[in-house]
Design a binder for this molecule. Structure first.
Ligand code: PMP
Length: 459
């Protein structure tokens, strides 16, 4: 039984109502893909703390590394000391897994802070002010990162004004691409895909978002004023969208033409989540080649470590003292990150993420003939589904319009089956973010729970 309503509310009286809560669990402990509440109930956690607990809850190697480091030194402050030993070991590990061109690593504590710092670096390195971000993107909750965030208005309500100099470009959300509908296409994306989802044979982009971006540089903002374009290689909070073929390569070309830096915000998609270390490598043969990678979440299995990986010369114009932060590169967080990278490598979690991802996507595609799932998408263990209308009649465009609230209703129904899921985006999508070492059996349990939840909502 879950904790009773009144007693729970009293116990949680100091928790602000401004935080979204997907359930009423008071957590006791976690292990691997599982969570236990104070009443001893056990839940399958397919949120991994929004993709942060990449190696599962309390991976023994991470626990051990943290224990050891906590007794050695915790806070070897980055503005006081040249470096600490765990930082240098982590630097070496990152230089193995980061794109080769990115050789400088700045550490901080959260994804939002890392995004803000990426903006600072881009502005200082280029001497330009403006940043282009994409419609539906999420980059964080600081005043800077919020300016770049357009996945839901709720994140910004009452909080403006935000950082100036931001321009928002359309993103190729092909499933709902209006231009394509206007051209009379039926919407090739309406039937769910089987992997590989982006094969040029079954997915064609109308090219409108690319054109719109180019047009922005004619009409809205002079390219000579643009410091950087930031994007999530797989759009996360906005609904788990993958870019269509050619889009990432096109961005690189555009950026090169105008001397604009490309920032890959890999906070959610990175650190092995997609089955590769960095999700930008999944598209167009890795042609995006970012000038910066922003990382957080999964890199340290839930410990607060984030950062920006940049090219060597980006710091050339910056005086000592321009960057910093009290806790950045905290030694315990660095030890957790190092143990995370080593566990992902030594336990073959990238391969597991790819294989379990295909199992999960195929299972979800299999449910699409019984429930109004109009899209299954993602890479590796960053998997999303979108619901459409449950009425079987109507044109393909009316099939795209789901009943409002169904994704949340299914998420809540899944909770009754002890399965933890989250919604994503402003439409009716659900995301699946298991740890990278999730087992085949756990994926089956997840699929069964999800099917039971769909059955309950669409009875
Ligand atoms: N960027 C992306 C792509 C994210 O998904 C998130 C968090 N959901 C952030 C930035 C912000 O990270 P944090 O919550 O650690 O500030």
């Amino acid at each position: 039984a879950h904790a009773a309503g009144g007693a729970l509310e009293a116990a949680c009286q100091h928790v602000p109502g401004a935080l979204m809560k997907f359930n009423d669990i008071v957590v006791q402990k976690g292990l691997g893909s599982w969570i236990w509440d104070t009443a001893g109930n056990k839940y399958l956690d397919m949120t991994a703390g929004i993709g942060a607990t990449s190696t599962g809850h309390c991976h023994p190697k991470v626990v051990e590394a943290v224990r050891e480091q906590a007794g050695n030194i915790v806070h070897a402050q980055q503005n006081i000391f040249k470096a600490h030993t765990k930082q240098l070991e982590l630097d070496a590990a990152l230089s193995r897994i980061m794109p080769q061109q990115l050789t400088k690593y700045f550490y901080c504590n959260s994804g939002s802070e890392a995004v803000d710092n990426a903006v600072k670096i881009a502005r200082a390195a280029t001497g330009r002010e403006c940043i282009i971000a994409f419609d539906g993107g999420f980059h964080g909750r600081s005043i800077g990162a919020m300016a770049l965030t357009t996945s839901k208005v709720i994140y910004k309500q009452h909080f403006g004004p935000f950082m100036p100099g931001v321009h928002i470009a359309p993103y190729p959300y092909c499933l709902h691409c209006k231009v394509q509908a206007e051209k009379g296409h039926s919407g090739y994306h309406v039937a769910p895909y089987m992997p590989p989802f982006d094969s040029p044979d079954n997915r064609v982009c109308c090219g409108a978002p690319q054109e719109a971006l180019e047009w922005m540089l004619v009409q809205h903002v002079h390219p000579g004023d643009v410091a950087a374009i930031i994007l999530e290689p797989i759009m996360g909070e906005g609904g788990f969208l993958t870019p269509p073929p050619g889009f990432m390569a096109g961005l690189r070309q555009l950026a090169d033409k105008h001397g604009i830096l490309l920032i890959a915000d890999e906070v959610q998609s990175g650190a092995g989540r997609s089955g590769m270390w960095w999700a930008h490598g999944q598209f167009d043969g890795g042609a995006m080649q970012p000038d910066m990678v922003v990382f957080a979440k999964g890199i340290a299995s839930g410990y607060p470590l984030a950062g920006v990986a940049t090219r060597q010369h980006h710091f050339d114009n910056m005086q000592p003292g321009t960057m910093g932060g009290t806790y950045g590169g905290n030694a315990v967080a660095c030890a957790a990150a190092l143990a995370t990278i080593e566990a992902i490598e030594s336990e073959g979690m990238l391969g597991n993420a790819s294989q379990r991802g295909v199992q999960l996507m195929q299972g979800l595609v299999g449910l699409a003939d019984r429930y109004p799932i109009i899209d299954v998408r993602g890479r590796g263990l960053m998997v999303g589904i979108e619901f459409g209308s449950s009425s079987s009649s109507g044109s393909s465009s009316s099939r795209l319009k789901a009943e409002k609230g169904v994704a949340m209703a299914v998420t809540k129904a899944a909770f009754k089956h002890n399965l933890l899921l989250m919604t994503a985006g402003a439409r009716e999508s659900i995301r699946f973010l298991p740890p990278l070492n999730v087992t085949a059996e756990e994926v089956d349990t997840c699929l069964n729970g999800f099917e039971a939840a769909c059955k309950e909502v669409y009875k």
